[in-house]
Design a protein around this ligand. Structure first.
Ligand code: GLY
Length: 354
């Protein structure tokens, strides 16, 4: 078992991240032993419930099954989760266990952060994207009609249990979506200041087919590298006032793609990949990097055969990027590559982007 830990100094909080391929019933035992007799509510994705519900064997009375899809990350379901917790009479000493992808983790985490002003929660990510990114670092949120993740909190989980075995049954598009975030870590690795040379770019090149074939050992190693990078960033800047912004590489343009297509047409990872390509082009135009690095980055991306996304109306895209949480009244904030595996923050005017 790989055992990592996240130390949030400002809150004097530390929590473990376990990475282990094991049976679902063994995972359940580990969760129960961690909870040590606490009462708990399980928020679980409908797909995961269908595939693993029996094996997990949680009682119906302690389960909230959430339909899949970004549109479920809404006020209505947030309220329902809280009501279920109230009905179960959970106290401040109890916990919520989130089993699913980013939607489940973000919503259950937000419910946990507000229920009785905060109860503990455990993340059990079952998608690649949730394993490498959203389950670690305490970002919780729900979506609104005005945009994604606009209501939320920074609220760290008590533990994260990552079982790469779940990735066997993940549909291909969702798996690739997670790979989009994985590739992002390769392009930001040095800026994560991890203190260890993990060389994710090499790992991606050498192990491309093992990754695409979902070899469990390879996926465990891949997840471990990404999680180490994420921990390094989150420990230095929990609330995204500085360094954590680098995790948004590819996201300014990516979020605008998701928004312009009503979150229906492309997965988050596909949009982020397109956002990274956009950022590489912008960086070449602004002489931040030479063309060779851009061609190299194109090759890394091409290996994973991500879905191509067409260009959209440029004024509309600028307008959407101006609504991004990171934007100021005039400037749009981009994370751009400045060297191999290195990125920096730039605030650009619309004219400089067009
Ligand atoms: N998903 C980006 C972050 O956790 O900051």
């Amino acid at each position: 078992m790989i055992n990592l830990s996240v130390n949030i100094k400002s809150e004097n909080k530390s929590y473990p991240i376990f990475i282990e391929s094991c049976t679902v019933s063994a995972l359940k035992e580990q969760i129960l032993s961690f909870l040590n007799g606490k009462n708990f509510l399980v928020v679980i994705s409908e797909k995961v419930e269908k595939l693993y519900g029996k094996e997990l064997g949680f009682d119906k009375s302690q389960k909230f099954v959430l339909k899949d899809g970004e549109k479920e990350k809404n006020f209505k379901n947030y309220k329902r989760i809280l009501e279920k917790a109230l009905k179960m009479k959970l106290t401040r000493n109890d916990a919520i266990v989130a089993i699913g992808g980013g939607v489940v983790g973000d919503m259950a985490g937000f419910a946990a952060s507000t229920y009785m002003r905060g109860i503990g929660y455990i993340q059990v990510p079952t998608t690649l994207l949730a394993c490498v990114d959203s389950s670690v670092g305490g970002k919780t949120a729900i979506d609104t009609n005005y945009g994604k993740n606009l209501v939320g909190s920074f609220y760290q989980p008590d533990a994260v249990f990552i079982n790469p075995g779940f990735l066997k049954t993940l549909d291909d598009r969702q798996f690739k979506s997670g790979l989009g975030e994985v590739v992002k870590y390769a392009f930001i690795e040095k800026s994560c200041r991890c203190g260890e040379d993990l060389n994710l770019t090499n790992f991606l090149s050498e192990k491309t087919s093992d990754i695409l074939n979902r070899d469990e050992k390879t996926l465990s190693k891949l997840i471990k590298i990404c999680v180490k990078l994420k921990i390094s960033v989150v420990e230095k800047d929990e609330t995204e006032s500085g360094l954590r912004k680098i995790l948004n590489f590819g996201h300014t343009y990516g979020h605008a793609i998701e928004k312009i297509t009503n979150y229906k047409k492309y997965t988050h990872g596909e949009a982020v990949v397109e956002g990274m390509k956009f950022s590489f082009n912008l960086a070449v135009k602004r002489n931040l990097i030479d063309k060779n690095y851009k061609f190299f980055a194109d090759d890394v991306i091409r290996k994973f055969n991500f879905r191509e996304i067409p260009l959209f109306n440029q004024e509309k895209m600028i307008e959407l990027m101006q609504m991004d949480k990171k934007a100021t009244s005039k400037h749009i904030v981009f994370i751009l590559p400045t060297d191999y595996s290195t990125v920096e923050e730039f605030a650009l005017l619309p004219d400089e982007i067009i």
